[in-house]
Every structure is written in C-alpha cells, then in structure tokens.
Design a protein. Structure first.
Lengths: 285, 293, 345
C-alpha cells in the first residue's frame, strides 16, 4: 500500500480534483490517433525506403533546389518580418494615433484569412497588370511569378508571428530602465540600440523562428504567386504534391521527412538558445 | 508671459526626448508601418472584393449560385461542423489534464500538442495519404469493407482535425493555469461532484477563452487549404471545399467566380477578427495572455 | 555640487503635484525627501533629474540654469526603487555603461573605463561578481550595482528614489548604514526619497518633509523631531497625541479643568495640544494634570505602552511608561506633558 503511494507520487503529485485519468486518457488516445500514428506512418514509410533510395531522392537536383527555395525564401521573409514586425509592435505599443486599435486588429488578418484567398489576392495585386505590379513592372521590377513573389507571400503569413511575440514583451519594458539610460547620458538612439533591443532579442528570435517555420511549410498562399518553375520558384511542399500526383509516394515521403527533420532541428536550436538565455539573463520567451 | 510659455514648451520637448522619440521620428515610423500594412494586408483584402464585383453584382451572385460552389460551401460547413466540436472536446480534456494537475512528461505532452503548428499543411495531408492510400496497409482493408477515407469526407475531416488540433488547447492551458485550482477545490469541499464542479465552476470561468479558441479553430478549419488539398482528390461537386473551389476556379481563369467564393472566406476572416477583437477588449482578463497562434 | 530649486510648480493634467516649491541643497549634503504618497516628493526628484519638466520655476546646478538642459546633459545619477538594471549586461557592463556611451571626445580610454568600474565594484563590495548578470544577484546586490552605475559618471548630484523600498527589513538596515559610509567617503551631493521616517532621520543630514505638493518643513533630523512646525509634521514624524484644549491667560485647559501646563504668550482660545507618548511626567495626585483610565496596557520591548481614556469626550491618549510600571486595565494614571506644542485648531 505504502509502496503504491510512493510510486504513484513519483510521476504525478496528488490532487483532490477528479477527472485526471479520464482527461489524460482521452487526450492521449486522441493524440495518438490523430497525430502520432499518422506521423509515425511517415517515419516507417521513410525508413522502409532504405538509405540508398532516400539519399537518391534527397540529393536529387530538383529536390535540393525546392528545399533551397523553401528555406531560403522563408529565411528572407522572416528577416523582413523581424524588421517590420518589431517596428510595427513598437508603433502599436508606444504611440497613440487614430485607428491604432483597428491596425492592431488587422495585424491578425493573416491568421484568419484562408491562405488560398491571400494567395490569389496577392497575385492579382502584384501581377504585372495588378495595382502594384503594374507600376513596379514599368520600373522593370517583377514580383509575381518569381522568388520575390514567394517572399512576399511568406511575409504576409509570417508577420503576425513576429508582432504578437514581440508586442507583449515590449509592453512589459520597464520605463525606468529607459530613464536610467537617459540619466547616464545615453541619447535616444543609444538607449534603443544598447538597452531596449538587446532586451527584446529572445522574443525577436522566437518570432523569427515561428515565422520561419511557418514560411518553410507554407503552401496555399505561395503556389499562386510563385510561378512554380522547377529549379527556380518551386517550393518543397509543392514538389511533395507533384510527387503525390505522380503516385511517386517514396519521393513525396522522403521530401516530407527531410523538411520535418530540418524544421525540428531548427526548433530545437531555438529552444536551446532560449533555455540558455533564461539561465543567463533570467528571461526568455 | 509669452516668454514663460516658450520656455515651458521647450522644456516639455527636452523631457520627451528621455523616453520617447521626436515628433518627426514618431510620424515617420507610423507612416512606414501604415504603408507596409497597406501593401501587405489592406490592399490584398481590398483586391478580393474589387475583383469579385468587377463585372457587377449580377455576375457575383450568379457565381455563388453555381451548384458546384454551393456544394463546396456545404462541404466546408460539414467538415468544420465535425472537426471543430471534436477539437473542442479534446482541447478541454487536454487543458484540464495539463493545467490542473502536475505530472511527469507534461512538458513533452504540451510539445506534442503543439506539433501540428510546425508541420507543413501539405505534410499534414500526406501522412493520411500514406496511412490510408492504395499503397498502404489500411487503405485496401478498409476499402474491402466499403469504407472510403481518402478523397471523401472522412479524409477531409481527419486532415482538418490534424491541422486545427492545437487551437483550443493552446488557448485554454495558459488561462486555466493562471486560474489555478482554488475555485474547484472550494466547490468540491462544498460537496459538488466532479461534473457539477466542471459545469458550474470551471466552465463559466473559461467560457470566453473557450469561445476565443473555437473561433480561431473554426477560421482555420474552414480556410485550410494545403492539407485538405492533398487528401481531397479534387472531385468537383463532391470533395471540394471552398478554398479548393477557389483554386479550381482561379486556375480556370474564372476570376470573378474565384473571387466571389473568396469574398465569403474573407468575410469569415473579417467576422472572426471583429469577434476576436471584441472578446479581447471586453474579456481581456478571461482570455489567455498569450495571443500567439 | 549645490542644487537650488526655485519656485517650482508642477501641474499634471488634472492635479497640481508641486505648488511653488523652493529648496537649497548644499554641496555634499545628504538630503531626505520625506512624505506620504502623493506628497510630490518623487515628482520633485524627477524634476531635478530632468525626467519631468516644471510648469514654472527653475532649477540651478551651481550657477547654471539646469532647467534648460536635457536629462542627458544634466549629468546626474538616478537610482530607482526596482534597480532598473540592464538585464542583458553583466555587472561590469552595467556600471561602465554611462562612460562607454559617451561621445569619443569625452570618453575615457577602454582600460580607464574598466579600471573605474572595477574601483566602483570594490567600493560597493561586489568584488568578484563583475561578470555576473543581474538575474544572478540578490536584491541588495542589485541595488548596490545600481548605485555604482549611477556614481560611475561622476554625477553632479545623486538622486535615489526609495532606494531601499523593495528590500527586506534586515538588508535595508544594512544598506542604510553602508550608504551613509559611501556618502561620507565620496561626498556626492545626494537626495533620496523615502516614506520611511526612520530611514530619513537616521540617514540624512537634513530632512525635507513634504505634504500635498508643498514643503512642510526642512531641517536637521533633531529639528524635525523636536521642533515640528506644523501639525502635519508633528503627527507624521514619530508617535503623537492630539487633544483639543483651550488656552486661558496662558493656562491650558482640557474641558473643565486646567492640566497644569502653561503656554505663555499664546493667545486665548481653542487649540490642539500635540505631545509625544514619551514626553510626559507621571503625577501622583491630580491638582492640574491629565488623568485617565487605562484601557490597554502592553509591554513593548523595554517600554510599556499604555492607552488612556481621558475626559468626558473619551479622548484616547497613548503614553509610554517604564516596563515595570504596574498600570493595569481599569487603573487610573495621571500625568503632564513635559514637551508639547500647541497648534491652532
């Protein structure tokens, strides 16, 4: 009896609330059915390919290019989002101007607007005959149907990730820290560059990672504007779809596995950086 | 007097420099932000409506009365109608277990719940194709019993559930953690049963957060494209949801019809945003602090 | 450096925070701004720093009008209650920040900055901790870093806003003594804000008591305690009793009897009698004294605190007696205030 109690408390601390077994059981069953079995199906399928075949698909020129396009454009888009996301968060947190609330709400539009709708809207707008595309075309700039278009779509889907990660941290900034910096003689630029931005770094990094991860996997908003030219503007998720339509399941599976491994590796690195930041500075997001 | 006033203004300006930017810098930053948002968010939204009504209201309404479009709308409602309640029930159960109890492996469980956020929608669809496709173990077996998963409603529901899996739980966990267990313990000590405690104490405490989570879950469920696209098979009038219908119409250069369907989805997004904002303003305390999704 | 505050008025949007405040701070002085919350003490400190701008009036640093300078130009050191350390910088980087960000022509050499910072780390007794981050320090250590950081720029005046407010009682006491030491050694003109009278009386050369946007009294701790010049100061500093009395030809009367205390030169009429619980002398009989029934009697450390019910109005008075005094509840005690002050009712 006593042994049982000890053993039990090892993995869960006692509570008077009921329903733990039911809730956790339901969660685990649901999680297993919907997430774990399907994902492990992918893993089993990948491993059954064998190393040689996997490597052949992975090192295929078209696969590599597609991965490069996906990760490259997602990286650039996430960088752009860091710049404008931090700026936007700053403007929303620090300044009072008419329509601020509306702007604040509109930032979430990419969360709510279906990606396909975003895709055709951006394409129409930035196509050579579109509202913005036409004037750009007359300047010799082509956005839609090029990798630039992919970046544009990924900036759209990724923006709220950066803003919503940085904004709450910015709201918590202690005014006294800024005032201290000023009393020590720092001008506004120095205060922002040396005091405020470094303090935001963990949040910015998280926002970057979220926007990047979302961008790598994004499909709906990209395929319309990308032009989908193999080796140039073909993203990895699209290549998976193409392989599926060719009934080339091993090809699709292998590319998916590579994408998952790279994404998880990146998330792991980010998590480690944050854990380090928390240990050292006592904060992190 | 005039001089004293001048001094005051000058001094105010000096002090503002300590924790804020100059007026010029402020307006510049605001302008840059607004222009950026206009180019990236506002104009695309406007373009949707503009394109939809480009050939007049008649063309717009007739496009929406197309039988295939109507069936896509119906299918979208059915899929969301099944997927959202399922994730609602699961989300509450997961939040109850994670937020109200301490147990080993909790952090790992939370990570698993978040997993779909970091998986490409296309891969979310792909895993079900691998599981139930003709080359899989399960697919042919189920087929012999006359059960069709892929290229049918069950497949669409599964893919949608996978993608929208975290929304409700994500919203509820931080909220319920913040609320702690004191209320429930008080109810139990007053003689309430477990279910009574949940219905009369826990649920009222989380109702706005729950609604918020369901709202986001629903928006994603109805708008999901990549995952659904992979499992749907694109059978016109049968397995096309609204976003897929948009794609087909657009690829056929039927722009008015494509944008007409898109306006419905855009309206859904706008309604979601308005409700979300209202919930945030009115019930900010009763909605989880983390607004990330 | 000496600091002169001249007829400062500060009007916030809805309420006045300071109403015509003037104060001379001598060079090297350690001054406490003491008052309840809302008295304007922090506003005054922030005005001197340049973190707020006055609605009217001027502030001089030496002979220079500082009110026209930005906070950056005033060269002051400011320490906040919650430290406001830069959490992504080490102790060393925090302390040297003010020197590092100077324009090249005023910036000391790198080695000199480091030497100066290390010297300050020594001064605030944090040797060996220069590589730590604020998160790795205790509250008291953080506040010492904040002080060192403020002193690194050789400020004209050191301004401390409730510097010990966030610390435990024990640490607070320790740091108080230590701040006094540092001040004696470095001689910076220092102004600190506090609502803790014990802190103000123990630490400051001069105490400035503030209330409702005005300076009530400025003086040495002894002057403030022994000769409060207003009812507010009397009751804000230390314990005090207030009794409504009458003055008739120099004699003080409570209700229908004289209390055996004279106040020569005071005009006849009603007044409030203020006296401290320990400024009394016991009386045996009562031919002109204050007498009352003991309602509570408690031993507190080396004293006995006795509460009395006095007169027909049942006024409550607290007095301090020797610990071994046999006052019990219901017994009768008679006394006269030995030191008191009359204020107009």
């Amino acid at each position: 009896m006593e042994f049982g109690t000890v053993k039990r408390s090892q993995w869960r601390s006692p509570s008077v609330l009921p329903g733990f077994g039911l809730a956790l059981g339901a969660t685990l069953v649901w999680l297993t059915l919907i997430i774990l079995i399907p994902l492990s199906g992918l893993a089993v399928r990948t491993s059954s390919l064998g190393w040689a075949k996997f490597w052949a698909i992975a090192s295929d020129e078209r696969t590599l290019k597609a991965l490069q396009v996906s990760f490259g454009t997602a990286f650039v888009a996430a960088l752009i989002n860091v710049v404008f996301g931090v700026l936007l968060a700053w403007v929303l947190v620090r300044y009072r101007f008419p329509g601020r609330r509306i702007i604040d709400a509109v930032v979430d539009l990419p969360f709510a607007l279906p990606t396909a709708v975003a895709g055709i809207a951006l394409t129409t707008l930035y196509a050579p005959n579109g509202w913005i595309g036409a004037p750009l075309a007359s300047l010799g700039l082509k956005v839609a149907f090029t990798p630039v278009g992919i970046v544009l779509a990924l900036v759209f889907v990724g923006l709220p990730f950066v803003v919503r990660t940085v904004q709450p941290v910015m709201e918590e900034i202690d005014r006294e820290v800024e005032e201290t910096s000023a009393t020590l003689g720092a001008n506004r630029f120095q205060t922002i560059a040396h005091v405020l931005l470094p303090g935001l770094l963990p949040a910015v990094l998280t926002g970057f990672a979220l926007a990047f991860a979302r961008g790598v996997g994004e499909y709906g908003s990209v395929i319309f504007i990308a032009g989908n030219l193999p080796y140039v503007s073909e993203i990895a998720p699209l290549l998976i779809v193409i392989r599926l339509e060719e009934f080339n399941y091993p090809g699709a599976t292998a590319i998916a596995a590579i994408m998952l491994i790279l994404s998880f590796a990146m998330l792991l690195v980010i998590n480690l950086i944050q854990a380090w930041s928390r240990r050292r500075y006592g904060y992190g997001t | 007097m005039a001089m004293a006033l001048d001094t005051t203004i000058e001094q105010t300006a000096l002090v503002q420099a300590a924790t804020s930017e100059s007026r010029v810098a402020r307006y510049t930053l605001i302008t840059i932000s607004l222009v950026f948002l206009a180019l990236i968010l506002a104009l695309p939204l406007a373009a949707v409506f503009h394109e939809a009504f480009r050939k007049g209201t008649a063309a717009f309404t007739s496009a929406l009365q197309d039988p295939e479009t109507l069936s896509a709308i119906k299918l979208t409602l059915i899929v969301a109608g099944i997927a959202v309640p399922l994730n609602l029930v699961f989300g509450v159960a997961a939040a109850w277990a994670i937020a109200k109890f301490e147990f080993r492996g909790k952090a790992f469980l939370t990570t698993l719940i978040d997993l779909p956020f970091s998986v490409s929608p296309v891969i979310s669809g792909l895993v079900f194709v691998i599981l139930f496709g003709s080359q899989s173990l399960l697919g042919p077996v189920l087929k012999s019993y006359g059960i069709q998963i892929l290229f049918a409603v069950p497949g669409l529901v599964l893919a949608t559930v996978f993608v929208t899996f975290p929304f409700v739980a994500r919203e509820l966990i931080p909220l319920m953690q913040e609320q702690g267990t004191a209320d429930e313990e008080a109810a139990l000590s007053l003689g309430a049963s477990g279910w009574q405690t949940f219905w009369h104490v826990t649920l009222p405490n989380i109702k706005w957060g729950l609604l918020y989570g369901v709202l986001l879950c629903n928006a994603r469920a109805m708008g999901e494209f990549g995952a659904v696209s992979v499992v749907s098979g694109h059978i016109r009038g049968e397995t096309n949801t609204m976003p897929l219908q948009v794609e087909i119409l657009y690829n056929e250069y039927n722009f008015v019809a494509a944008f007409a369907v898109a306006t419905l989805l855009a309206l859904l997004a706008l309604v979601t945003l308005v409700l979300k904002t209202l919930l945030e303003i009115k019930f900010s305390d009763e909605i989880a602090a983390s607004r990330r999704h | 450096m000496e600091v002169r505050v001249q007829n400062i008025v500060k009007q916030f949007e809805r309420f006045p925070a300071l109403k015509d405040v003037s104060l001379d701070i001598r060079s090297g002085e350690l001054i406490a701004l003491l008052g309840p919350s809302g008295s304007g003490k922090t506003t005054l400190l922030r005005l001197i720093a340049g973190l707020e701008s006055p609605t009217a009036g001027q502030i001089f640093f030496g002979d220079e009008d500082a009110s026209l300078k930005t906070v950056q130009e005033r060269n002051i050191g400011f320490v906040f209650q919650h430290y406001a350390l830069f959490r992504h910088m080490t102790v060393l980087d925090n302390i040297s920040f003010g020197l590092r960000i100077r324009k090249a022509d005023r910036r000391p050499a790198k080695a000199d900055i480091r030497a100066r910072a290390m010297e300050l780390i020594d001064l605030v007794q944090l040797s060996g901790m220069e590589k730590r981050y604020p998160a790795q320090l205790s509250g008291g250590q953080r506040q010492r870093v904040a002080l060192a950081r403020a002193m690194a720029v050789e400020p004209n005046v050191l301004l401390l806003d409730e510097p010990f407010g966030a610390l435990d009682a024990q640490v607070r006491k320790e740091l108080r003594r230590w701040l006094r030491d540092i001040h004696n050694r470095t001689g910076h003109t220092t102004v600190f804000v506090t609502h803790d009278q014990e802190e103000a009386l123990e630490l400051a050369d001069r105490v400035v008591v503030m209330s409702q946007g005005k300076i009530e009294q400025a003086g040495t701790p002894d002057e403030i305690y022994d000769a409060p010049n207003s009812p507010f100061v009397f009751s804000f500093i230390g314990q005090s009793n207030i009794l409504p009395v009458r003055v008739e030809s120099g004699q003080i009367w409570l209700e229908d009897r004289p209390i055996g205390v004279e106040s020569a030169g005071t005009a006849d009429g009603t007044a409030n009698l203020h006296f401290r619980p320990h400024d009394i002398g016991l009386q045996d009989g009562c031919g002109g004294c204050l007498a009352g029934i003991v309602t509570t009697s408690r031993r507190v450390a080396g004293k006995r605190h006795v509460e009395l019910d006095i007169g027909q109005q049942h006024a409550r008075v607290e007095i301090e007696l020797p610990a071994d005094h046999p006052a019990t509840e219901g017994s009768r005690v008679a006394f006269r205030p030995t030191r008191f002050k009359l204020f107009q009712a």
